[in-house]
Design a protein around this ligand. Structure first.
Ligand code: PEP
Ligand code: MN
Length: 263
């Protein structure tokens, strides 16, 4: 179902009115975690003004340590929904547990399956039963073939609205958080009709590397860019060190538009 051979035409995924794929760019931005309401409103106002067309924030966080901030849960989903409604922008948030798919789908316009859960087949089956579009991130040690098979799990349950995301794979060099696999973009596009976006935030883990990798992703043909933004990275509940400031997002957003116009 995912293969380009079976469906030569590129799919366009509709996220509550925002189209991703087939020349439509998904510009996803927002903080790693959903935090307090006022802060979310401030960040959303700024990134939407800069050109983001989907707002993100995690209410359920998959953390390496059980003692790290785990997310606000349903309270976070409520805040995210409120923000989306206020600014008229669809919202995407991660679902980490198959038992929460229905709950998350009540609040979010798009369900994110994170890198750590790319091969959680029970979760994939559950989001496949949902009618919400899915943002499926590549696992940190997953091959492109693995990623496409995970998409197949979702499609085979009847949900054809899947957007793939290259977010970096495990490398050997601690200079960057992960290794940004920009070649994955055209490789994936050759193999599947599904859109693929890039996430230079998790791929590099470094604010200074996000702009060049965002532009490289678009130059490689990506159908969108996912970037984490926070107005006070030192206070962020997760992934603060890799967050762009709203004014930095405004700048790269402008450059991304110029790049997209060139292509
Ligand atoms: C995230 O989007 O905040 C996240 C946890 O991403 P990933 O699953 O790619 O690590
Ligand atoms: Mn994050």
């Amino acid at each position: 179902l995912a293969s380009r051979e079976a469906h030569p035409e590129s799919s366009v995924i509709d996220v509550s009115g925002v189209k991703i794929g087939g020349g439509n760019l998904g510009m996803i931005a927002g903080p790693c975690s959903v935090e307090d309401r006022d802060r979310m409103m401030r960040i959303a106002e700024s990134v939407c003004k800069s050109g983001a067309n989907v707002f993100r924030g995690g209410a359920y966080k998959p953390r390496t340590s059980p003692y790290a901030f785990q997310g606000l849960g349903e309270k976070g989903l409520q805040i995210l929904r409120e923000v989306g409604d206020r600014f008229g922008v669809p919202v995407v948030t991660e679902v980490t547990d198959p038992r929460n798919v229905e709950l998350v789908a009540q609040y979010a316009d798009m369900l994110q399956v994170g890198a750590r859960n790319m091969q959680n087949f029970v979760l994939l089956t559950e989001v496949g039963k949902s009618r919400r579009p899915v943002l499926l991130k590549r696992g940190m040690s997953a091959t492109i073939a693995d990623l496409l098979m995970s998409a197949e799990y979702i499609l085979s349950e009847g949900n054809s609205n899947v957007v793939l995301c290259e977010r970096g794979v495990k490398g050997f060099d601690p200079s960057t958080r992960n290794l940004f696999d920009v070649a994955a973009v055209p490789v994936v596009q050759g193999l599947t009709h599904l859109p693929i976006i890039v996430d230079p935030s998790h791929a590099t883990g470094r604010p200074d590397l996000i702009p060049p990798c965002a532009l490289a992703g678009l130059a490689a043909g990506a159908d969108g860019v996912h970037i984490e933004v926070h107005d006070c990275p030192e206070e962020a509940k997760s992934d603060g060190p890799q967050a762009l400031l709203p004014e930095q997002y405004e700048q790269i957003s402008h450059q991304m538009r110029l790049m997209a116009d060139l292509l």
